[in-house]
Write a protein that binds this ligand. Sequence first.
Ligand code: HEC
Length: 125
Amino acid sequence: MNHTKLTASVALTVLAALGVACGGGGGGAGADGGQVAEGHKQFKATCAVCHGPNGEGMPKLGKDLNNNEFTQNLSDDELVAFLKKGRPATDPLNERGVDMPPMGGNPTLTDADFAQIVAYVRTLQ
Ligand code: HEC
């Protein structure tokens, strides 16, 4: 009996400790750093084939996103809208003659994913 009680109370203590650990931390600069790191992962998974692993661009494919005026001139919302729409080769603004595919070619990306990707792209511009 006593043993069972002790085990239960240890379990509760552990749960309480976990609760505190999860509830605390997060937010602020830490969360932003996480956004950027996650965004870079997403970028490497979806965008890097054309834009390079660090957004440096690839010959005849995606443009260099470092010091990029186009992204500098867009708000976060506008940049997400651009990424969702892409820029087809037929668009008069397209210089490479290659599609920037809608959703970066990855239709599974969510708004949360795009927020992370944009947070990463902002570190390049
Ligand atoms: C299949 C190749 C491909 C993939 C994948 C791709 N892009 Fe692109 N992207 C391009 C091409 C090609 C252009 C340039 C089109 C042009 O010449 O105007 C471009 C243009 C852009 C531009 C505009 C740059 C400028 O200076 O006009 C941004 C921003 C961009 N891509 C971001 C992304 C992001 C972020 C992803 C991943 C979510 C992504 N792209 C995935 C091919 C790709």
